[in-house]
Each structure stands twice: as structure tokens, then as C-alpha cells.
Design a protein around this ligand. Sequence first.
Ligand SMILES: Nc1ncnc2c1ncn2[C@@H]1O[C@H](COP(=O)(O)OP(=O)(O)OP(=O)(O)O)[C@@H](O)[C@H]1O
Ligand SMILES: [Mg+2]
Length: 185
Amino acid sequence: MKELSLNILDVAQNSISAGATRLDLTLTEGESGWLTVVIADNGRGMSPEFLAKVTDPFTTTRTTRKVGMGLALYLLAAEQTGGTLRMESTPGQGTTVTATFDRKHLDCPPLGDLAGTVALLIQGSPELEVHYRHTTPRGEAELSTEELKAVLGDDISLAEPEIFTWIQTYLSEQEAQLEGAVQER
Ligand SMILES: Nc1ncnc2c1ncn2[C@@H]1O[C@H](COP(=O)(O)OP(=O)(O)OP(=O)(O)O)[C@@H](O)[C@H]1O
Ligand SMILES: [Mg+2]
């Protein structure tokens, strides 16, 4: 995939498919250019046997086609930069997918539209509790649906188009500052 945000969206969709009610998406960048992406959910989890073979593109529980590609592509994206993919999962409790990327590596895709990705995730699953945080040496972008609901009240659905636009604009402004500072160096 051309943008990491698309990989991330794909992997986060697995959490929703797994019945998660909470999703934590945490990106941490260090001075060295290494990026760690943690996608954690409280969904149904996977057995150790299934987990061991889950990044194999022929492993899937989907019924519409035989090949599941999300995690295999994510693993490939991480490994192409010299990074790693680690998965931890407990049946009935949840799953944590941790990937590392060297953003200075020539084969590292751009981050892409993280703001749009988060807005899309929230709009598509308005009942899901989402906690997003992107920390870099230049600053931080952060949003949680709990904070949003506290401000908006319980009457308005997070699936409303106006909320989508608001989230995307709000986070784009924060993300732009993080990226902008990088180019000035
Ligand atoms: N967070 C998760 N919780 C529980 N099971 C998961 C999770 N992530 C992946 N899985 C299991 O691993 C399988 C493989 O996931 P993967 O994303 O690679 O492919 P897929 O979702 O089946 O297909 P695709 O991503 O191409 O639509 C899934 O079908 C699902 O059974
Ligand atoms: Mg998938």
C-alpha cells in the first residue's frame, strides 16, 4: 500500500470485526526516525495456534474470499523498512499489534492521511471507544471519542457527517504541525 495510514485502517478493521468495543491507536516517533505503531483492542482475540500463522496470507476467517491480506501486507510494509511486527492476543480479552517502521528508510511509505483514517474509523463505528495518540519529538496529536462525547453530549451520533468533518479538520491541523516541523529541519 502507498500510505501507512491505509495499512493501519485495514488492521484496525480487524479489531472491529473481532467485536472490539475499545480501540487504542498509538503512534510514537523518536528522534532517530523510528516509528512504533500500536493497535490494541479488546475484541475476541485469537488462539496461540491461530496467532502463530496469522501473518500468512492464506490465513483468514473471512468467507467472501479465501485470502486474508491485511496483516501480511502490514508485516511486509514494516519489514521493508527493516522494522518488525509483533502480535499479542488472548482469547476473550483482546489483541495488540505492534509494528515498527524506519521512516528514514527509502522504502518507508508516507504516513498518509491519519486524520482521515481516524475520522473514518469513528464514523464507521460510532459506538466504538477510540483513543488516538500520535507523539513525535515536535509535539503531539490526540483525540478520544470519550472526550468528544463529553463535549457533544449523548444525543449526537459520532456517525454524523458534521462530526466526521470536524474530527478530520481538527486532527489534520495537529498532524500538519508535526509534519511541517520535520521539513524545516
Ligand atoms: N484484532 C484481531 N482480533 C481477532 N482476530 C483477528 C484480529 N486481527 C486479525 N484477526 C484474525 O486474523 C485473520 C487474518 O487477518 P487479516 O487482516 O490478515 O486478513 P482478513 O481480515 O481475514 O482479510 P483482509 O484484511 O484482507 O480483509 C482474520 O480473518 C481474523 O480471523
Ligand atoms: Mg483484515
